[in-house]
Design a protein around this ligand. Structure first.
Ligand SMILES: Cc1cc2nc3c(=O)[nH]c(=O)nc-3n(C[C@H](O)[C@H](O)[C@H](O)COP(=O)(O)O)c2cc1C
Length: 225
């Protein structure tokens, strides 16, 4: 399977969230060989969308000439897109949002009503494309924290989406936290394996993954201390 990973953390390889993403990919590789390309978004030259809409009128060609040309080409050649990013201000980091805005050339001007909301029709049929969101965050609570990012992802990619959110993720870069991070990453690996087998992760496994590694109060005390 051709997997394109967007790493939205400005910390690149040192990203807390990428520990989770790498474990997921490891699990996927256990099922079969995978063709994986990781793009560190912060290293790409991606200008802001100008909002001219000319891409939607001229068959998907953007007026801007930067790294998005190659990224858009790669997307159309991929089977799975993984968006790995830290929660920033209850959403995705700005460089990733800038990239998402530039996905506009994949859609046409025509809009259609689907389940109560309007969507632009794709320039091609992307119905087989799959989407995974992996998001880490610094607070110990998932509730009242991840919802805006999860909601946005579901609206952007309403079909074939799988979402993994993990609180307390700075612990993945703390070697002393290994007694709790290693078992958590094993669960994520299991999720990756399950996903590669059927593009699905069970609610039970997702629930176990998204549970905080240590009690909220203990985590806050460590951070504050
Ligand atoms: C600008 C900024 C905004 C942040 N906003 C949130 C937030 O809304 N909720 C949260 O729990 N953590 C927030 N964090 C913490 C990061 O999500 C956390 O440090 C995460 O582990 C970083 O992941 P990374 O190493 O993959 O970049 C924020 C961090 C920064 C720098």
């Amino acid at each position: 399977m051709k997997i394109l990973v967007f790493n939205g953390s400005p910390k690149k390889e040192n990203s807390d969230t990428m520990h989770i993403t790498r474990a997921f990919l490891e699990g996927m590789k256990e099922t079969r060989q995978q063709d994986i390309h990781i793009i560190n978004i912060i290293e790409q030259n991606i200008e802001y969308c100008t909002g001219c809409f000319s891409c939607m009128r001229n068959g998907g060609k953007c007026i801007l000439s930067d790294d998005m040309r190659e990224i858009l080409k790669e997307i159309t050649e991929s089977d799975l897109l993984i968006f790995s990013f830290p929660l920033y201000a209850y959403g995705m980091p700005a460089p990733m949002k800038a990239m998402i805005d530039r996905l506009l050339p994949l859609t046409s001007m025509e809009m259609r009503e689907v389940n109560g909301s309007y969507r632009h029709v794709g320039q091609s049929d992307y119905s087989d494309l799959k989407f995974v969101m992996i998001c880490g965050c610094g607070f110990p609570n998932s509730r009242n924290n991840f919802e805006p990012a999860v909601d946005q992802f579901k609206k952007l990619f309403p079909m074939n989406n799988t979402i993994i959110t993990i609180p307390e993720s700075p612990m993945f870069n703390a070697p002393e936290a290994a007694p709790v991070t290693v078992p958590k990453l094993e669960l994520v690996k299991e999720a990756g394996k399950m996903y590669a087998e059927g593009f699905f992760v069970s609610e039970k496994l997702l629930g176990d993954i998204m549970t905080p590694m240590i009690p909220e109060e203990q985590y806050a005390k460590i951070v504050n201390g």
